[in-house]
Design a protein. Structure first.
Length: 369
């Protein structure tokens, strides 16, 4: 029986398409069953070839990758790995249901090509095991986000435009809780949308949040800007020495390890280039271990969708050092890997769906003394 992952490559560049086909075909366990030169070609071939995974260029002439996904996934929920340049459209495509993405390399630079192909292989392998989550307009289907009242106590940065944040009507947190709590969150595959789902449900007046999302350099800044437009708290890419404070969420920059350290009366982040830890830079384990070791105030750790075990050991150390810890549940994960390992080793106090993590967090914070 052939258990190879069947891949359909969709790209309008013949040269790049051939490079993808040649590399993926050489990988054990992967079989390229065909290619498509554009979205229209892909729509014809998918029913015939029945691939397990699509690699998809986002920017294509005619029907672009985002519109293609919106048409494809409701009837053919295939795992899709985006192959894209540094472009904001990646996040629109992830919102439309793509599982993951990899940044197009400079094909003239050997190290760039090698890194790209290694990442592509890993993401295709992960995507084959992923659960495709199809985005729905709010209120369109069961499980869609439920709009909250137009105002919410503590929502300092209340947004009202369509598609922006709808914070839940949580009671305002005390100044003591805001100033004496640090929240750490880590995610990987599927995490760009899962993290957004959590943050957009929280009020703007929230303890400081530090986030590690596995993402390449360049994309983390654009991701932070996207979250900042949608969420009620301020969100930005972290810079070395940034102070963690209420109402601010800091995203670990791509290709740098982020740690929390004590600096006088404040807690700050240190962001430096470093070796991969648990297979990643930035690494969730690096962030969580630093919180466990360096933070003396109240701590909360949240581990979300992703392949592998990055963050599990760090979350266990956080729990052993008094943190309240939340793991995303299997049903709502795109890939139930990191949260599963964390749960299995006893690092998770409670599991919750992506949609309910904000409520679990706020209920815990209300009880913090």
């Amino acid at each position: 029986m052939n258990n190879n992952i069947k891949v359909l490559v969709v790209d309008d560049s013949s040269l790049f398409r051939q490079a993808l086909i040649q590399h993926l075909s050489s990988q054990p366990g992967i079989e390229v069953i065909g290619y498509a030169i554009n979205a229209y070609d892909a729509k014809q071939k998918i029913p015939q070839l029945q691939p397990d995974v699509l690699t998809l260029d986002v920017e294509m002439p005619g029907l672009n990758g985002i519109e293609f996904l919106k048409q494809l996934l409701p009837t053919n929920p295939l795992p899709v790995v985006l192959v894209s340049s540094l472009n904001l459209s990646v996040f629109d495509a992830l919102s439309a249901g793509a599982v993951d993405f990899v940044r197009k390399p400079d094909m003239s630079v050997h190290n760039s090509k090698q890194t790209f192909f290694e990442a592509l292989t890993a993401k295709v392998t992960t995507a084959a095991k992923a659960k495709v989550r199809i985005s729905q307009p709010a209120g369109a289907a069961p499980g869609s986000p439920v709009p909250a009242p137009a105002t919410a106590p503590g929502a300092v940065r209340q947004r009202t435009a369509q598609g922006t944040a709808r914070p839940m009507p949580f009671p305002a947190l005390s100044r003591n809780v805001l100033d004496s709590t640090i929240i750490g969150l880590g995610a990987s595959t599927g995490g760009t949308e899962a993290t957004l789902e959590v943050l957009k449900r929280l009020p703007g007046n929230i303890p400081g949040i530090v986030i590690t999302q596995h993402m390449p350099e360049g994309f983390t800044e654009m991701y932070a800007q996207r979250l900042n437009r949608i969420c009620n708290m301020e969100v930005r890419e972290a810079k070395n020495g940034d102070v963690i404070r209420p109402g601010l969420a800091l995203i670990a920059p791509g290709a740098k390890q982020m740690e929390v350290t004590r600096s006088g009366r404040n807690y700050t982040v240190q962001c430096r280039p470093g070796a991969k830890v648990s297979g990643h830079c930035p690494s969730v384990d690096v962030l969580f271990n630093s919180i466990a070791s360096n933070v003396a105030v109240n701590k909360v750790g949240i581990i979300m969708t992703g392949m592998g075990r990055d963050g599990a050991d760090g979350l266990l150390k956080m729990r052993q050092n008094g943190a309240f810890t939340i793991g995303q549940d299997k049903e709502s994960c795109v890939v139930y890997g990191m949260p599963m390992v964390a749960y299995n080793i006893g690092a998770v106090c409670t599991q919750a769906s992506c949609e309910n993590i904000a409520s679990v967090l706020m209920n815990h914070l209300k009880g913090v003394r």
